[in-house]
Design a protein. Structure first.
Lengths: 452, 365
């Protein structure tokens, strides 16, 4: 069985619009900030919509039929493979391009690094566990769960230790939540730096997590929930990551000591056998390989609260303990680095989320933010989980700038880059939730751009 | 009350009693799960040091001792003066005696200052002690003795103009040194990005307040930023990073932008069916796995210099000298490739020999 050599039909080079030289000129005009090009293009695009008959993307072959229909393929005439050929099934061999990836040049090592989830290729709201983004500070481990322990100490009546068996015997809950790195979209604070949604937004994933509410374990240890307003969570691997968690979030029952992810155990890269789930809060707080929580009356000023994961403000002050991932969205299809197959109908689709609760509404613009339409939210719409949105679009073949703008149940509306930079400047690394723009060029190629 | 009713009422009471009883039992406790942690267990794991130095073990270390530890265990990644940008961001530099007096690092307010070092950002000395103690050296974390941690911290503080060259840092004087941290007044927590009220932050509103304008919005779209053409293929060929079926294909970034999209790609080479190498190839694969397992690739690229030389360059220098190479891997070395020494490596001899044999054969791919 060989992979097919042709796939679908790609749109031909744009004719009667601009030749290579013309495009070159147009792009250099763009770089010089001349708005005329884009405005004219939009005017043309507007005039062109409606009425024009578009080319058929799947035309009838000259001999009266598609050979894929007329000639029966091998798989329709032979015997296929048997059950359990693969004890743990894998994606189709045609899906090999769908991979998590490092961003070249971002880090010098693979152990203190990031891999980004391929959002451009995902459907719905669940991230397949093998494509979940990774962030390791000192490498990942596959830890023997029979030797892993979980400790509760600090302001408790009785410091306790639990085996993983014991944690898994306790009453459990399963909940869908997104996890987003505080540094997602970090490289775009000042200007466009990377080409695709995988690299701009791929440090987010969403899974169904199964585990025990941390409050259950704290109550078993007799934690002082009044004086103990802060909880330190600590990992068991080399970096022994530590973060301060607010007790109010724990007493709400939202914070989980999780062992399950999408129906199976956590993946080693995601903290097997135990990780903390802190809904709505940036990923660094979701301590992997969780070995200990300590109840205290003060915050802990850990490495990732006092050196990294702080927001540098324009006046040179750092904001410490910034944790909530505010309302954000991004169109994943079409998105940067893709080429539209042809003119005609497209389902613009993307993801929206908020660390403050449910997504209430998502609006989409195809003209760079001048006019907006409200997208359809796909169920389920869950608190602090990814929400999928879709909206119809007929591409006329003219340039377009696609944006999405999410609103959460608090009424907060996702900001523009201008609004965000006005307060936070452009030197921050973390918590960039600005509206993303994708320029669809007349060639069908989509580019990551920022509009002003 | 009829006999039937009496019976029914009794049954109901009984059922209620049973259900209440069962509920109370399961909600109150979880018998048999978890046990009391022993003092030894807590001492082994409870290593965190808080900003008020709660948790700090007793001990001391001098700047001079710190320099020795630094050069042996830290300099290979962070540079002799903590200035290196080769593996991690620089940890030292960017602070002045003026900052020490003021408690704010002036360079953090400058747009044109090229880097933000650890010492520029750090406000709490406890953090530095805790971080080094729990997570450094990078490939052998938790291997330093408390006195070594004190010494390394003292050395870093000396290079940052916080303490003099003859200083001995200890649990007794660390709180006073905290009062000289260059960025000790550089933090604020009055923001709406903490999910609780523990700070008593005055700010409860988010930073921005966009509105959901729907038509004829003020925006006049101009493309203000896009990737330059020379960076088109900087993230690899985007054609191979998109699915082969669906509404779009990945752009072929090996060809210039203005040309028409070319036909879509086959699957990524090597990612699918191709594989199962044999003979010398298999050897290479096994060695590459060892290089990853023992973190050699943290400092050595196969064909690229990182901190240490590219492995292909090492291979060129020591053809057919597997024994020497194995010794150099085990014992470390200095002076051949530049000022940064290679520390001795703690790996099984057989693994060192396998890597050395591969290098001696010219590091074939």
């Amino acid at each position: 069985m060989n992979p097919p050599t042709t796939h679908g039909r790609l749109r031909k080079a744009p004719e009667n619009f601009l030749d290579a030289q013309g495009l070159q000129t147009a792009r250099s005009e763009l770089r010089q900030g001349r708005r005329g090009f884009i405005e004219k293009a939009f005017a043309t695009a507007l005039a062109a919509t409606g009425g024009t008959a578009l080319a058929q993307t799947n035309p009838v072959a000259s001999d009266g039929g598609d050979p894929n229909i007329l000639i029966l393929p091998e798989h329709a005439k032979g015997l296929g493979l048997g059950v359990a050929t693969d004890g743990y099934g894998k994606p189709s061999r045609f899906e090999a391009n769908v991979q998590r990836r490092q961003s070249p040049g971002l880090t010098q090592t693979t152990q203190a690094s990031v891999s980004f989830a391929p959002l451009q290729s995902l459907f719905g709201i669940v991230t397949p566990s093998g494509l979940h983004f990774e962030r390791h500070h000192q490498g990942w481990w596959d830890i023997d769960p029979s030797k892993h322990r979980f400790m509760v100490n600090g302001l408790v009546k009785k410091p306790m230790v639990f085996t993983v068996d014991e944690i898994m015997r306790l009453p459990s809950v399963s909940r869908f939540h997104f996890i987003e790195c505080g540094a997602n979209t970090a490289v775009e604070w000042a200007q466009v730096a990377v080409p695709t949604v995988q690299y701009t937004h791929g440090m987010i994933s969403c899974s169904e997590f199964t585990g025990v509410p941390l409050i259950t374990l704290l109550e078993m240890a007799g934690a002082d929930l009044k004086t103990g307003r802060f909880v330190l969570a600590e990992g068991g691997e080399g970096s022994s990551m530590t973060r301060t968690i607010p007790m109010s979030l724990i007493t709400s029952g939202e914070v989980l000591v999780a062992y399950g992810q999408n129906g199976e155990m956590l993946r080693p890269e995601n903290g097997y056998p135990l990780r903390l789930v802190v809904p709505g809060v940036q990923g660094v707080s979701w301590i992997k390989y969780l070995r200990r929580v300590e109840v205290g009356d003060q915050p802990y000023a850990t490495k990732d609260e006092a050196i990294h994961y702080m927001d540098l403000m324009p006046n040179g002050m750092h904001r410490q303990y910034t944790s909530i991932q505010e309302c954000k969205s991004v169109v994943t299809t079409p998105s940067g680095g893709q080429v539209l197959l042809d003119k005609g109908f497209y389902n613009i689709s993307g993801l929206a989320w908020s660390g403050r609760g449910k997504v209430k509404r998502v609006d989409v613009s195809v003209d760079g933010g001048r006019n907006w339409r409200t997208a359809r939210l796909q169920t389920p719409v869950l608190s602090k989980a990814l929400t999928r949105f879709n909206i119809d679009w007929v591409w006329s073949g003219q340039p377009a700038i696609i944006q999405s703008r999410a609103m959460d149940e608090t009424g907060f509306v996702q900001p523009t880059y201008a609004q965000l930079r006005k307060v936070r400047g452009s030197r921050s690394i973390y918590h960039n939730n600005a509206i993303q723009s994708w320029l669809v060029q007349e060639s069908g190629e989509v580019k990551n751009v920022q509009v002003a | 009350m009829s006999k039937w009713l009496k019976t029914a009422a009794a049954a109901l009471v009984c059922a209620l009693y049973l259900s209440v009883n069962a509920w109370a039992q399961s909600a109150a406790t979880y018998p048999g799960l978890g046990r009391t942690a022993t003092a030894r267990e807590i001492a082994a794991w409870d290593i965190d040091v808080r900003a008020d130095f709660k948790g700090l073990p007793k001990g001391s270390g001098s700047v001079a001792q710190g320099q020795d530890v630094w050069e042996a265990k830290c300099a290979s990644c962070h540079g002799v003066f903590g200035e290196s940008n080769e593996v991690f961001n620089p940890v030292l530099g960017g602070v002045t005696a003026k900052d020490v007096a003021r408690g704010r690092v002036a360079n953090l307010a400058r747009d044109d200052y090229p880097s933000r070092t650890t010492m520029m950002k750090l406000s709490t000395l406890s953090t530095l002690w805790d971080y080094i103690n729990r997570a450094m050296p990078w490939n052998t974390p938790k291997s330093l003795q408390p006195n070594e941690v004190y010494a390394v911290v003292a050395f870093m503080l000396n290079l940052s103009e916080v303490v003099p060259e003859n200083f001995v840092l200890s649990d007794q004087n660390i709180a006073q040194v905290q009062q000289r941290m260059p960025n000790r007044l550089g933090m604020q927590t009055d923001h709406a990005l903490w999910p609780g009220r523990e700070w008593g932050a005055k700010t409860t509103r988010p930073d921005t307040a966009n509105t959901a304008c729907m038509t004829h919005c003020a925006t006049d779209p101009q493309v203000a930023s896009l990737l330059p053409d020379f960076a088109r293929n900087a993230h690899g060929n985007l054609r191979d990073q998109n699915r082969l079926v669906g509404p779009q294909r990945g752009a072929n970034t090996l060809v210039a932008d203005a040309s028409a999209p070319t036909s879509a790609a086959g699957p990524v080479a090597g990612a699918g069916a191709a594989g199962a190498s044999t003979g010398a190839m298999g050897n290479t694969k096994a060695v590459l796995a060892l290089l990853g397992k023992h973190n050699c690739t943290a400092c050595h690229g196969v064909e690229r210099k990182i901190v240490g030389p590219a492995l292909t360059d090492v291979a060129k220098k020591y053809p057919d000298q597997a024994d020497i190479l194995a010794k150099k891997i085990k014992n470390g070395g200095a002076g051949v490739w530049g000022p940064i020494p290679m520390p001795a490596q703690n790996l099984p001899l057989a693994d060192a020999q396998a890597i050395a044999a591969w290098l001696a054969r010219g590091a074939p791919r």
